[in-house]
Design a protein around this ligand. Structure first.
Ligand code: HEC
Length: 410
């Protein structure tokens, strides 16, 4: 598809996805906080577990929680489910648009595994479905009786999936799929567990029966899982724009430390809102986990890596036999772009290729033809501020090559 349509499509989908994500996470944080802030009062009627007074936007709010359900169903009941569904749906379309439709750019790295775009997409979708099934199975198994045991096994499972994704996809593709996997578990919790359980409660109320209190409890547990996953998921979704986070051969360990750090920060707030005091140790432990993540992510050339005997990042050169950009184009890019867009850029202040886009071999220039055309031919976005002095003649060469390649693709 046309480079401009791809770029705009990606921007618009991302826009929607961020908005729905804010709505979902906002309401999730709000209800976790509200639940923890509920207090028992002398005037609370029987059947109510607590109440909270809040002030916001010029008004006072008085919220009460029913332990199982009210005796009579109110006429208007506000459900909170579309925040979650629309986040997953927009995220899914974004995944398809960016990673499956431009699989050669973002999802497939021939140095990791040579697979077709269709096979890669099927692996991705299969991985997401499997992710939910295994997680749901764990939550229903006897293991779930022990919160700590379930958290430990769930944690190991996510890292295992991150490792497996890393054996199939490009580093960036593996990271985003790990994030999408956790996000799928979260929406799965809402769609398959929390809302159906809530609907069962409503149904018994309408039938005039007493609803089963276990239904609400299970919903609360899953909602708590979602709460602990939120911060790590957001990190993984953003990290696609920060190649340092995912380029290390140990990226799955980075995922592990980020999971720990994000969960600890949520733990701090959950404890605080419950009135259990400030667990400052959680912040300290989260900071140590993030330092460990940073250490693991450091490129091979940075000092200190040898101490732990960690392997350096592989793949300096492209694998043999890939198509190459023509000499004339590759020379221009080599002269104007490669000082920054290389595995180890010579431009001061750059630790690695910006956005993970390497243009130091004709094979890589060919791979990123759409981006090169868009950013240095059709627009003057690159080089930044034309730092390397690209001429208009050179841009014209890029445009001609890009247009010819685009025509041959369509
Ligand atoms: C002085 C260093 C430097 C030079 C030279 C340079 N780039 Fe970049 N490039 C960057 C940085 C930094 C970014 C990341 C910008 C950001 O974070 O939004 C980037 C990002 C990009 C992106 C990704 C844009 C996106 O948002 O997805 C492309 C494509 C790109 N450059 C292509 C080129 C091409 C083609 C050339 C040569 C014509 C070039 N760059 C020259 C530093 C450079």
């Amino acid at each position: 598809m046309d480079a401009i349509a791809m770029e705009w499509g990606s921007l618009l989908l991302r826009w929607v996805h961020i908005i729905t994500g804010i709505a979902w996470i906002g309401s999730s944080f709000y209800f976790m906080h509200l639940d923890a802030a509920l207090r028992e009062g002398p005037l609370l009627p029987k059947g109510q577990g607590g109440e909270a007074w809040e002030v916001h936007g010029g008004g006072f709010y008085h919220v009460r929680k029913y332990l199982v359900a009210p005796e009579n169903l109110p006429k208007e009941l506000m459900w909170h489910k579309w925040e979650s569904y629309s986040t997953w749906i927009s995220g899914f379309f974004l995944l398809v648009w960016v990673y499956y439709m431009s699989a050669d750019l973002y999802l497939i790295d021939p140095a990791v595994r040579k697979i077709t775009p269709v096979a890669a997409a099927l692996c991705g979708l299969g991985g997401l479905a499997l992710g939910w099934l295994v997680y749901d199975f764990l939550c229903r198994s006897p293991l779930a009786k022990n919160d700590v045991a379930l958290a430990a096994v769930g944690f190991a499972y996510i890292i295992l999936m991150a490792y497996l994704f890393q054996q199939v996809f490009s580093a960036r593709g593996a990271f985003v799929h790990t994030g999408a996997l956790m996000a799928t578990m979260m929406t799965g919790n809402v769609f398959f567990i929390i809302i159906p359980n809530q609907a069962k409660v409503v149904k018994s109320l309408i039938a005039g029966e007493a609803p089963d209190p276990a239904l609400g409890k299970i919903g609360k547990t899953r909602s708590t899982h979602n709460n602990y996953l939120t911060l790590p998921v957001l990190f993984l979704m953003m990290s696609g724009h920060y190649p340092l986070t995912y380029s290390s051969p140990y990226a799955y360990i980075v995922v592990g430390f980020v999971l720990v750090a994000g969960a600890l920060v949520r733990h701090f707030y959950n404890q605080r809102h419950l009135g259990f005091g400030d667990a400052w140790w959680a912040w300290a432990a989260a900071a140590i986990a993030m330092l460990a993540a940073i250490y693991i992510s450091m490129p091979a050339s940075s000092s200190g890596r040898e101490i732990l005997g960690l392997k350096p990042a592989p793949a300096l050169a492209p694998v043999a036999g890939l198509p190459r950009a023509p000499r004339e184009v590759a020379d221009i890019i080599g002269l104007r772009c490669a000082m920054c867009h290389a595995q180890e850029p010579s431009w001061p202040g750059l630790a690695m290729a910006p956005k993970g886009i390497r243009l130091d071999y004709p094979e890589f220039v060919e791979r990123y033809k759409q981006e090169v055309r868009l950013f240095s031919g059709l627009t003057r976005a690159m080089p930044p501020n034309n730092l390397s002095g690209m001429t208009e003649e050179e841009r014209a060469v890029i445009r001609r090559w890009g247009a010819a390649r685009a025509a041959s693709l369509n």
